[in-house]
Each structure stands twice: as C-alpha cells, then as structure tokens.
Design a protein around this ligand. Structure first.
Ligand SMILES: [Zn+2]
Length: 127
C-alpha cells in the first residue's frame, strides 16, 4: 500500500467531487435555454443621406444560427426579442459548457478510482 500516493489521489478526488457539485447546481438551473449561437450583422440600409452612409451604423441585425439535420440555418431575430434571445443563448452556452465539464470530471474520477485502488493494494504475504 502506497500511503502517500493514496493520500494525494484522495485529495484530488475530493476537489473534483466538490467542483462537480457546483457544476451540478448549474445544470439543475431553471432558466430557459435557446439552442444555437447568435450572429450579429452590421446593418446598412444604403439610403442616400442616411447616417449609416456616414459611418454611423444602425443597430446590428441579429440572427440565431442553428445546426438542423446537418445544415446551418439562420433565423432572423426581431429587435424586440434581442434581450431575451441574448440572455437565453448565453444560458444555453453555459449549460453546454457545464455539461462538458461534468463529463470530464466523471472521466477523471473514473481514472482516479482505478489509481486509488492500485495505491491501496496490499502485498501478500503481509509484511
Ligand atoms: Zn441607413
């Protein structure tokens, strides 16, 4: 039995378990999630004399990009929907990142338990 190694592995596992608990609280959230990513496009109406022709652009147009059946679709977002769409798209991104982290932690813990099992292995005959 390798006491030092076992202790190091336990400490690492305890940190990961604590981190995972935080990630799980995030995943359990109640905010609506808008799948996709936001695309901003500068808007130039091009009308003669408009401020946008003098380098003062209109508020950008906003699109929601989504992968559907293997192709990217871009949905135009109405100006009135922008604040909510931004909020929910950010929440979606955070959710996906939390899920990725949760899976990575699980994978690392899986390896840690194996290593801890090795470190705790007794030799025989007993010394
Ligand atoms: Zn214009």
């Amino acid at each position: 039995m390798d006491l030092e190694e076992a202790s190091r592995l336990r400490q690492r596992a305890a940190r990961l378990i604590a981190e995972r608990a935080g990630v799980e609280r995030e995943l359990m959230g109640r905010d609506a999630l808008l799948r996709g990513y936001l695309l901003e496009r500068p808007k130039f109406c091009g009308k003669a004399g408009c401020k946008c022709t003098r380098g003062e652009p209109h508020p950008p147009s906003l699109y929601l990009g989504r992968l559907e059946c293997g192709t990217v679709r871009q949905l135009f977002l109405r100006a009135g929907d922008h604040p909510r769409a931004r909020r929910e798209a950010v929440a979606y991104k955070q959710f996906r990142e939390a899920l990725r982290r949760w899976r990575a932690i699980g994978k690392e813990l899986n390896g840690l338990w194996e290593a801890l099992g090795d470190a705790r292995e007794e030799s025989y005959p007993f010394e």
